[in-house]
Design a protein. Structure first.
Ligand SMILES: *[C@@H]1O[C@H](CO)[C@@H](O)[C@H](O)[C@H]1NC(C)=O
Ligand SMILES: *[C@@H]1O[C@H](CO)[C@@H](O)[C@H](O)[C@H]1NC(C)=O
Length: 235
């Protein structure tokens, strides 16, 4: 069995002849020699793993391409419908910006610090309270809920951190009528609830306390004429 293979191998070495030709010819002949020896190589049993890996690479590329195509197709298909918003960025729908990765927080071994006014203005949120006529600072213990109401006469911007917290914001563009996101215990977020939208903060952590600052751009005393209470029954 070794002999036929050996002889076929010697057939694949026409390149040795090129060393006797002039360098000019060598340049012009190299591609065709390369092709010939490559074809010979492919005919050899040794080429099988090589061909297999090429095949696998092509299969993988095809799969990736189809996957990409499906995703594009999905987006295009729903681009006019409400589902687009479900598939779009949840943070965007909930009007939330996570500050940890934004370079907004200055950090050292003592922990983080940041300018909340700059953070709120730079976050690209809608319905931001640009000035605070009224400020609330508070905590929410595990299992506690704050908000779940809708102010009709103020925009409210929140800074939230400290525990795993669910933030829910009324959003008619989302099928459920609201968008909600989970804020991790190590995350710091800025979010905004524009005038006339309901919001809720729920501490879903088993141990840690949620901390928040709420900035409202007009002074309101909560009553039934400016605020709807208990908007969501499931909270
Ligand atoms: C709330 O935001 C809206 C839109 O950005 C703005 O027109 C309004 O003046 C803000 N403040 C109040 C108290 O409505
Ligand atoms: C509710 O509070 C607002 C101030 O935010 C006040 O102007 C209004 O009179 C109050 N309404 C009732 C029914 O107490």
């Amino acid at each position: 069995m070794a002999n036929p293979r050996r002889s076929s191998y010697s057939n694949t070495l026409p390149l040795t002849n090129t060393s006797e030709t002039t360098s000019q010819q060598q340049v012009s002949q190299t591609p065709s020699h390369f092709t010939t020896s490559f074809i010979h190589f492919l005919k050899r049993p040794h080429a099988f793993p090589f061909l297999l890996s090429i095949f696998l690479l092509l299969a993988w590329l095809l799969f990736r391409f189809q996957h990409l195509n499906n995703n594009n197709h999905f987006t295009a298909y729903h681009s006019n419908g409400i589902n687009k918003w479900e598939k779009a960025n949840d943070d965007e729908n909930a009007n939330v910006r996570r500050l940890n990765s934004d370079g907004v927080l200055s950090r050292d071994k003592r922990g983080w610090m940041f300018n909340p006014v700059v953070a709120a203005n730079d976050a690209g949120l809608y319905g931001v309270a640009v000035s605070c006529a009224s400020v609330h600072v508070g905590q929410i213990r595990p299992g506690g809920v704050r908000g779940n109401h809708r102010h009709h006469t103020c925009n409210e911007t929140f800074l939230i951190w400290g525990a795993e917290t669910k933030f829910r914001l009324e959003n008619p563009r989302v099928a459920k009528g609201y968008a909600e996101v989970y804020i991790g215990a190590e995350e710091v977020t800025v979010s905004s609830s524009p005038r006339g939208t309901a919001h809720a903060l729920v501490n879903v952590d088993s141990l840690r306390t949620t901390y928040f600052i709420g900035c409202q751009d007009s002074i309101i005393t909560y009553n039934s004429s400016n605020t709807d209470f208990k908007v969501w029954k499931d909270l």
